[in-house]
Design a protein around this ligand. Structure first.
Ligand SMILES: [Cu+2]
Length: 113
């Protein structure tokens, strides 16, 4: 009887842990990136995403830009005064910089785990 109770508690504990880990890692992440007047938003922030989750980048720029997602080797061309949306699967764990290649600014650090 006592053993059954402890097994039940252990199971309950496992469910709670699993619940926590799934809720802290979003299934999908959208990052709005704005390049305007020579600066970028976000500006070097750390963005954590779940491994194998979908990441959508919405990019707007007032000048022609290229956004580079390091590690994933995505080069996204953004014409001036245009919005570009790109979605990819974060299937490589690690930490990768998002960088503008014309103005050379670090937009964000993408942490995949
Ligand atoms: Cu780069």
């Amino acid at each position: 009887m006592r053993r059954q109770l402890s097994v039940l508690l252990l199971l309950l504990f496992a469910v709670v842990i699993a619940g926590c880990s799934t809720s802290s890692v979003p299934e999908a992440t959208t990052v709005d990136i704005t390049i305007a007047d020579g600066s970028v938003t976000p500006n070097g922030e750390r963005i954590e995403v779940g491994l194998n989750s979908e990441v959508t980048l919405n990019i707007t720029s007032d000048v022609p830009e290229v956004l580079h997602v390091h590690g994933y080797e995505l080069q996204i061309d953004v014409p001036a005064d245009t919005s570009v949306t790109r979605t990819f699967t974060a299937d490589k764990p690690g930490s990768y910089e998002l960088e503008t290649h014309e103005s050379v600014m670090i937009v964000a650090k993408l942490v995949v785990r």
